[in-house]
Write a protein that binds this ligand. Structure first.
Ligand code: SF4
Length: 423
């Protein structure tokens, strides 16, 4: 098979994985004339997820052969799709060629399981090793790791990659058992735990030592061991099993708290050709994935607990309004919030106020009392914020008692274009 034909098959097969954003990496470049590439360069090859979202890496599978039979996956052993396989040196060459043409800023590499988890992982590591050591490649590398591979292979992967990830795939062990019986939920979490230790150890080694009596802080060593400086991430498929949003967010909370993950990615299930009858016929609405990202943000940056974001009654996030607004409307007794006196935690709960806006308001209010004009200057949506706040020159009257408030604050529906894919 020609290289370009392989590229067509293996780039297409990789599009179902959404967990490849390159945020959080360390800055690295080749302006000193040594090496090749940079982690923040322009010139991007756009990879598209099945629903059309754009990602900025050369995104490939090493092979779409796979011994496993995960029902939701187009590359499963029982799937009737054309197969292809790259040699590690071919992926290296493609990455360098794309980079030199200024088409990409890095590589996202995953693989089906060939021969054994160890053999597959060795091949993935070899691509990263060769790029770094043989070609001094300084662009971004994200390797998808195989959870059952030997710990020393995961350790080698982390020395060369910026980010490592292991897909959790489904939010519950029961869901994984039902749809991907060869995968082991405990093994996946064990590997995440190991990676967390290695990432933490590398960070610790690079941090200054604690001062001993009478001595100044000093770094432990000149070059600390490098291990996946952009951390680890995972992906969950949404809508392939019966897990509701409350369950999904509870799992994400565990991932962040127990394994120190940088990101959890949510990927709406895409119906695949020749799908098993145990899978839904239709994809979930794409907006569900979007609401999960918003809820995830609330957990990580706004002090919300996973259990309070999703109503226990339905277990699902509202689709028509964002989760923060939905929470505020369900807890109207907590409002209005006086933005001249409220603590930061409460300000962060006001719909329409983001983290940066809240911090700016806190700074300004040290000098004078905040008025509506201060909110306008920070370009917040007055329609969204005003029912929930008190300022020096404004008090909402009975807006919070208005049963039509949710409807007034919901975004205006936009008519779909004739060419939109139905959600
Ligand atoms: S192991 Fe990965 S590539 Fe293989 S069938 Fe499962 S999800 Fe697909």
């Amino acid at each position: 098979m020609e290289l370009l034909d392989k590229l067509a098959v293996l780039a297409d097969a990789a599009k179902y994985d959404a967990s490849c954003a390159s945020s959080g990496s360390v800055k690295r470049d080749s302006r000193d004339g040594q090496g090749l590439g940079s982690t923040d360069g322009m010139g991007i090859c756009h990879s598209y997820t099945p629903d059309g979202r754009c990602v900025s890496l050369l995104k490939l599978l090493l092979t779409n052969h796979c011994q496993y039979d995960c029902l939701y996956c187009v590359n499963r052993v029982s799937s009737n799709v054309p197969r292809a396989r790259f040699r590690p040196d071919e992926v290296v060459q493609l990455t360098l060629d794309f980079y030199r043409r200024n088409l990409i800023e890095g590589l996202f590499l995953s693989s089906g399981i060939i021969r054994s988890p160890d053999y597959t992982m060795e091949q993935l590591v070899e691509v990263a090793r060769s790029l770094r050591e043989d070609h001094h490649f300084r662009g971004y590398i994200h390797l998808k790791t195989i959870p059952d591979a030997a710990p020393e292979l995961l350790a080698r992967a982390g020395r060369h990659a910026d980010r490592l990830s292991i897909n959790l795939e489904l939010p519950t062990p029961a869901g994984l058992q039902a749809l991907a019986p060869e995968k082991d939920a405990t093994g996946i979490r064990r590997s995440m735990g190991r990676m967390r230790l290695l990432i933490d150890d590398a960070k610790q080694a690079g941090a200054p030592t604690a001062p001993r009596a009478g001595r100044a802080l000093r770094p432990t060593r000149a070059t600390p061991p490098r291990f996946a400086p952009a951390g680890q991430s995972t992906q969950m498929i949404v809508g392939a099993d019966g897990a509701d949003d409350r369950t999904i967010l509870a799992t994400s909370h565990t991932m962040y708290a127990s394994y120190g993950l940088k990101r959890v990615y949510y990927s709406a299930f895409s119906p695949i050709p020749d799908a098993s009858s145990r899978l839904p016929l239709q994809a979930p609405p794409l907006v569900r994935e979007h609401r999960l990202y918003q809820a995830d943000w609330l957990m990580r940056f706004y002090g919300f607990d996973a259990s309070e974001i999703v109503p226990a009654t339905s277990g699902l996030l509202a689709l028509e309004i964002d989760p923060k607004l939905a929470w505020a409307l369900a807890h109207r007794e907590r409002f209005p919030v006086d933005i001249n006196r409220a603590p930061r935690e409460l300000m962060l709960r006001v719909p329409g106020l983001g983290v940066r806006t809240v911090d700016q308001l806190l700074q300004v209010r040290r000098l004078r009392r905040l008025r509506c004009d201060d909110l306008k200057k920070l370009r917040v949506s007055m329609k969204k914020v005003l029912p929930f706040v008190v300022t020096a020159d404004y008090t909402p009257r009975r807006q919070l008692d208005d049963p039509g408030l949710a409807q007034r604050l919901a975004p205006t529906p936009v008519q779909a274009s004739l060419f939109d894919t139905p959600a």
